[in-house]
Design a protein around this ligand. Structure first.
Ligand code: NAP
Length: 446
C-alpha cells in the first residue's frame, strides 16, 4: 500500500475532522501533521464556544482521540505565512488541507464605528475565552450596551454580559476576565436585529437559554410578532417564534437586568465624541421589491458600548487565491481553484475557510469528509508517483528554520497546568491566556 504524509493547517473542528477522515483511508496509508500557529489545539472550540457551554466543548474528548492516533502529529506554534509557506508545505507533504477558519470580523460601514467602545464581537469573545492574542480589556463601565446582529454569537455575548458573574466564575475563564466582568455595571443589553423575528438566525436551544438566564428579563415588543404567519416557516424559525411569543408574554420584574430584542431595526450611527455614548437605530421594512429599507423612524439607544456581531470572515492566506466578496478560498468541493477555474494540484480547504462562517461544529465533519473525498480521488490518480516524507525530515527542516514546535506532549503540559490551576480554584480548569506562559509550558515538555 502507498504511504503519504499530508499537512492539515488549522487544528479546529474542520482540521481535526479532516485529519480523522484522512487516516481512515483504505487504499493509501496516510500520516497527518496538524499544524497550528497556536500552541494549543481545537481552534474555535477552545476560543469561540462560550465558556458556559461545557457540553459543546466536550467534543474535545473526540478530538483528543484523533490527536492521540499514532498516524497524527500536532505541530503547534508553527505559523503558515511566517514560519512556513506553500512551497515548503508542498515540498514536505503530498497534499495540504487548509482549515484555518474565520476569525476576523465584518464591519458595519456606519458613522462612529471606530469610536472607542465600538468593538467586534470577535474581540469580546477572544477576551472572555482567554485568547493569547487578546490584549485588551473591554471597559464595561456604563449601564447599557448594544449588540448588533441576530445570530448565535449575539446570544452568547448578551448572555455572558447579563449573567451573574458568580455563575461564570465556575467556568474556565481566566481570573482576569472574571475580575473585569465583576467590575461591569451593565444592567441593560439591547439586541439589534435588522430583519424580523422570523428571519433571526438564532437557534432555538440558545434562544431558550437566554430566556432562562436567572434574574434577567428578556423583552420583545409583541407588535413585532403579531403579523408573523408561522405556517410555512422553516422549522427553526417556527420554534423560535414560539419562544419569542413566550418571551413577549412573560411578566417583567423590577430590578432585574434586561435584554431587549429590537426587531426590524438597523444601526445607522454610533454616537459620541471620543467614546461611544449611544447608538442610533432606524426602523426597517421590506419594500415592494423585497429589499430591506429604512423607514426614517429612528430611535436613540443610550449605550456605552456597541458590539457588532454580524458574522466572521476569513483572511486571505499567502500564496492562495481568495474570494474577497464571500471571504473564502475559491474551491470545488474542497479543491482549491484559481480565478480561471483551474484546480491547484493537491491543495484543499475545509470548514469556514471553504464555505463561510455558518453551521455548528458537526457541520464541519461533513464538510471535511467532502474535501477528503477529493484528496482520495486525486491521490488515486497520481498513485504511481507518490513518495513519503519522513516525520524526522519535517522536524529537521523546521528546526533549521528556527521554529520551536510545540507538539502534543507540549500541549498536554499546558493542559495539565490549566487543570491544576482549576484544582487549586475548585473548578475543572482555569485557562492560561498569555503567550509567554503557554510557550514556556509547551516547550518544556516538547
Ligand atoms: P450569523 O449566524 O451569520 O449571524 C449574523 C447576523 O448578523 C445575522 O442576523 C445578520 O442579519 C446580521 N448582520 C449581518 N450584517 C449586518 C449589518 N450590516 N447590520 C446589521 N445586521 C447584520 O453569524 P454568527 O452569530 O457570527 O454565527 C456564526 C456561526 O456560528 C453560525 O452558524 C452560528 O450558528 C454558529 N454559532 C453557534 C453557536 C452555538 O451553537 N451555540 C454559538 C455561536 C455561533 P441577516 O440575516 O439579515 O444577514
Amino acid at each position: 500500500m502507498h504511504k503519504v504524509r499530508i499537512a492539515v493547517v488549522g487544528s479546529g473542528p474542520a482540521g481535526l475532522f479532516a485529519a480523522d477522515e484522512l487516516i481512515r483511508s483504505d487504499n493509501v496509508e496516510i500520516e497527518v501533521d496538524v499544524i497550528d500557529r497556536l500552541p494549543t489545539p481545537y481552534g474555535l472550540v477552545r476560543y469561540g464556544v462560550a465558556p458556559d457551554h461545557p457540553r459543546i466543548k466536550s467534543v474535545i474528548r473526540g478530538f483528543e482521540a484523533i490527536l492521540e492516533s499514532p498516524s497524527v502529529r500536532f505541530l503547534g506554534n508553527v505559523e503558515y505565512g511566517r514560519d512556513v509557506d506553500l512551497d515548503w508545505l508542498h515540498k514536505h507533504y503530498t497534499a495540504v488541507v487548509f482549515a484555518t477558519g474565520a476569525s476576523s470580523d465584518r464591519g458595519l460601514g456606519i458613522v462612529g464605528e471606530s469610536l472607542e467602545g465600538s468593538i467586534a464581537a470577535s474581540e469580546l469573545v477572544s477576551f472572555y475565552s482567554g485568547h493569547p492574542d487578546c490584549n485588551f480589556v473591554p471597559e464595561i463601565s456604563g449601564n447599557a450596551v448594544a449588540v448588533i446582529g441576530a445570530g448565535n454569537v449575539t446570544l452568547d455575548v448578551a448572555r455572558i454580559l447579563s449573567k451573574s458573574v458568580d455563575s461564570l466564575a465556575t467556568t474556565d475563564m481566566p481570573d482576569s476576565v472574571i475580575d473585569a466582568l465583576r467590575r461591569s455595571s451593565v444592567r441593560t443589553v439591547h439586541i439589534v436585529c435588522r430583519r424580523g423575528p422570523e428571519h433571526a438566525k438564532f437557534t432555538t436551544k440558545e434562544l431558550r437559554e437566554l430566556r432562562d438566564v436567572d434574574d434577567v428579563d428578556v423583552v420583545i415588543d409583541p407588535s413585532d410578532l403579531a403579523c408573523v404567519d408561522v405556517e410555512g416557516l422553516p422549522r427553526t424559525a417556527a420554534t423560535n417564534m414560539k419562544v419569542f411569543r413566550e418571551i413577549a408574554e412573560a411578566p417583567r420584574h423590577r430590578d432585574r437586568k434586561t435584554v431587549y430584542i429590537h426587531f426590524w431595526s438597523k444601526p445607522v450611527a454610533v454616537t459620541g465624541d471620543n467614546r461611544v455614548t449611544g447608538l442610533d437605530i432606524e426602523r426597517t421594512e421590506f419594500d415592494s421589491d423585497g429589499a430591506l429599507v429604512g423607514t426614517g423612524r429612528c430611535e436613540h439607544l443610550p449605550v456605552s458600548m456597541v458590539i457588532r456581531s454580524v458574522g466572521y470572515r476569513s483572511d486571505p492566506l499567502p500564496g492562495l487565491p481568495f474570494d474577497s466578496v464571500r471571504g473564502v478560498i475559491p474551491n470545488r468541493q474542497g479543491r482549491v481553484v484559481d480565478t480561471d477555474g483551474t484546480a491547484r494540484p493537491l491543495t484543499y480547504v475545509s470548514g469556514w475557510l471553504k464555505r463561510g462562517p455558518s453551521g455548528v461544529i458537526g457541520t464541519n465533519r461533513m464538510c471535511s469528509a467532502e474535501t477528503v473525498g477529493q484528496v482520495r480521488d486525486d491521490l488515486a490518480r497520481v498513485a504511481d508517483h507518490l513518495s513519503f516524507s519522513e516525520a524526522g525530515a519535517v522536524d529537521e527542516s523546521l528546526r533549521s528554520r528556527g521554529v520551536s514546535v510545540i507538539d502534543y506532549s507540549g500541549w498536554q503540559s499546558i493542559n495539565d497546568a490549566e487543570i491544576q490551576r482549576g484544582v487549586d480554584a475548585g473548578k475543572e480548569r482555569v485557562k492560561i491566556g498569555d503567550w509567554q506562559t503557554l510557550r514556556s509550558l509547551g516547550l518544556a515538555r516538547t
